[in-house]
Ligand binder design. Structure first.
Ligand SMILES: C[S@@+](CC[C@H](N)C(=O)[O-])C[C@H]1O[C@@H](n2cnc3c(N)ncnc32)[C@H](O)[C@@H]1O
Length: 237
């Protein structure tokens, strides 16, 4: 894959700065993040004008187009200043920070989104605690991530990271994939009852995209949550 980072440890956040020119290329190495952002945005309901949505690990703000017209003030939290700079160009108010210690007040958000970030953090319970702390009672938590299973390690790392344009080599540390039971239990501790559903790219769309006939690929539900999954739940009032 062109632009594959060399000599960085798996999951090194510096990767995103090296690949900063790829964020908004629909056919670049982050293409699948665009497809996932569309699927994530579909889980976010419209809100009153100005309601706060906090996007943890927002990257370059790929979720922004999928929130258009829904009323939110979109706040993005990320370590990468360059990603935040690009996110700002798409209307995201950037906060540089770690999702393990977010510099935002308790209960500030109507919606907290954690898209393709939990499989990058070294302390899942802490990341979940932070996400839930930011949510107001009754607020919505929206997640998508990769499951800690052998099949996911094989597909998402062993296979996908070797396919040009599907995933970046070395972007995932297999030891950080997300244990679904732990995720559900940690959210429950903070009053958020999560419902999970598996998703995958629609294969005919992938073929169309590979042959240049489509710009984007739709994600479709699958029965298993053992690979890529979305999760959603409201915080107890
Ligand atoms: C796979 S990208 C996902 C970006 C975005 N959520 C999306 O789906 O397009 C992961 C992002 O998380 C950021 N990141 C990784 N670890 C982080 C941490 N501990 N705190 C804040 N941001 C982090 C990276 O800089 C990167 O922008």
């Amino acid at each position: 894959m062109s632009g594959s980072p060399e000599r960085l440890a798996p999951n090194d956040p510096a990767m995103y700065d090296r690949l900063a020119g790829e964020w908004w290329r629909p056919r670049g190495v982050f293409a699948m993040l665009h497809w996932l952002a569309a699927a994530r945005g579909a889980l976010v309901p419209p809100a009153r004008e100005g309601a706060v949505l906090v996007d943890l690990g927002c990257g370059a703000g790929l979720l922004a187009p999928h929130l258009k017209g829904k009323g939110y003030t979109h706040i993005g939290v990320d370590l990468s200043l360059e990603a935040l700079r690009q996110a700002a160009e798409h209307g995201v108010l950037g906060v540089q920070g770690d999702v393990l210690a977010v510099p935002l007040p308790d209960s500030c958000a109507e919606v907290v989104v954690a898209g393709e970030i939990l499989e990058h953090v070294r302390d899942l319970p802490r990341a979940v605690a932070e996400a839930c702390r930011l949510l107001r009672p009754g607020g919505l938590l929206v997640i998508d991530t990769l499951a800690a299973t052998a099949v996911c390690r094989w597909l998402a790392i062993g296979v996908a990271e070797r396919l040009p344009r599907i995933a970046v080599r070395g972007v995932h540390d297999p030891g950080l994939l997300v244990d679904r039971e732990t995720l559900v239990a940690e959210c429950a501790k903070h009053g958020v009852a999560l419902a999970l559903r598996g998703i995958r790219p629609k294969l005919t769309d992938v073929a169309g995209w590979l042959f240049g006939r489509r710009d984007a690929v739709r994600m479709v539900p699958v029965r298993t949550t053992a690979v890529l999954f979305q999760a959603r739940g409201r915080k107890r009032v």
